[in-house]
Structures are given as C-alpha cells and as structure tokens.
Design a protein around this ligand. Sequence first.
Ligand code: AMP
Length: 281
Amino acid sequence: MKEKARAARQEQRIIGLVPTMGAMHAGHMALMEHARRECSTVYASIFLNPKQFAANEDLSRYPRPLKEDVEKLTAAKVDGLFLPSAEEIYPLGFSTYVAVEGLSDKLEGKSRPGHFRGVSTVVMKLFQIVQPHYAYFGRKDAQQVRIVQQMARDLNLDTEIVVCPIVREPDGLAMSSRNTYLNGEERKAATVLHRALQAAESEIGAGVRDSLQLQNAMRKVLQAEPRARVDYAEIVDVETFDPVARVSRPAYALLAVFIGKTRLIDNMLIEPAGDELLVEI
Ligand code: AMP
C-alpha cells in the first residue's frame, strides 16, 4: 500500500482516502463519491479495528460482506482497496498509541472506554501508510471526526479532513452497518432517533434556545418508544463537546440509544444564522 501510494504521489496525483470498517452502505458510498470528485486517486480501506472494540462489543459478529463491498467499490470507480489483517496493523510487540486527550473521554468515549484511542491510533497509521492529501469522514460519527481533526492539527499532519453529511434511509434512520442487527420491529422502532432530532428541530423553529428544553423534547419522543433505551441525549458545543446551557454558537444534538441490544447513534448540527438557527439533521 505504501509503495502504491508513493508511486501515485510521484505522478502528482491528488490522493483521497476513505477509511471504513466495511459492510458498505449508501453513507460509505457518498464518501467515495465525494472523494472521486475531488481526487485523482481514491483509496478505500476496510479494517475492523480490534483496538476500538471493547471485549463485550460486537467485533466478532460485525458484518463482513467482502465480495459485495468490492463490487460496490469497483462500481464507484475507487482506485484501490487497502484490506490489511489485524496482524499487519498490530504485529506482535506493537506498543505505540495516539491519545487525543479530553475529547476522547466524553460521550461516546465515556460509554465506550478506549474506543477513541483505538480510532485515533488506527487513523494515524492509515494516514502514515497512505499519506493522503484528503481523508473523508461522515458527520454521522461527529465526535470521531472532531477527534481526528484535533489529531491532524496537534500532530501537524498533511492530510486535510473532509466531513460529509449524514446519509439516511427514506424513513430517516441514519445508514449504519449495525442496522443489519435490527429485527423487523426494532427496525421500525429505530426511526425514533431521527424523530427525536426532528422534535428538537421543531422546538428550535419555534424559537427555543434553552438546551434543557431541547433535550426534554428529544427525551419525550425517545421515552415513548418502548424498545428504546437512552444512553445519552445531549446538546453540546461543536468544538469542546461539553454540554451547553443555551444554543448561541454552533452545537450538536447528540443521541446514543439502544434499540433492543443494538446501540445506535445519530446527531443534528445546529448553527446560528443571523437571528435564526439553521438545523442540519
Ligand atoms: P464505519 O464503516 O462505520 O467505520 O464508517 C466509515 C465512515 O463512513 C465513517 O467516516 C463514518 O462516519 C461514515 N458513515 C457511516 N455511516 C454514515 C452515514 N449514514 N452517512 C454518512 N457517513 C457515514
């Protein structure tokens, strides 16, 4: 992979990298398309990173439809797929980690200890191997993107981080490889995350700026769904990911909700625009 990427760079190509864990859906493919428009060489990676899964999490049953993934990447005219084994990425004796302090301990990091240390370490390694000019990430994982941006800034990386919007199913459910875990009833119930965000959006439209009120609007919708169990439902600053009392600067409404045994996340971006707030779900 290093040799290929180096050769492409020597040919003055603009290299884009789309890191994934595979089980490609339209959200992944939107990242590939975005990269295809901006870069002359696009690489995707598929790596189920053991270091970002806790022992009790779903690494062993995560979907691995490699043949379908390759077909999708070929159809999207991606130039190469980097598909390393866990042993290649973490050979015996591996002992160096990247830790983005502070940001990694909140919200997702609090619910999933060690998760972001695994993410920042593997993203750093992928960047070192490919040395892409651009790397593409989805806003679906808002805290992950923020952490990768912080790492790129703090460690003077030459890779520019590009953030792409959330791709949703027609009924509003954010696309996710984990949606395949849901049975029929759970799949219907899973729209509650999007409906909760819409409830907050409509409060904002009615002039509400108070975070507690926005949070309550989300929780009311979530609590009405018997299959849903809320992990967190917060309004946070887009830079620090600390809770805000009022929305006066850009903020995220962030949700993590169990539907049955499946943990789903979703979010909405709230941005002041003059006297109004612009909302992007
Ligand atoms: P994953 O394979 O889940 O690690 O995701 C790989 C990349 O795709 C990450 O940057 C995700 O944020 C992004 N992604 C996953 N789901 C979506 C979605 N529904 N919309 C946009 N981007 C997504």
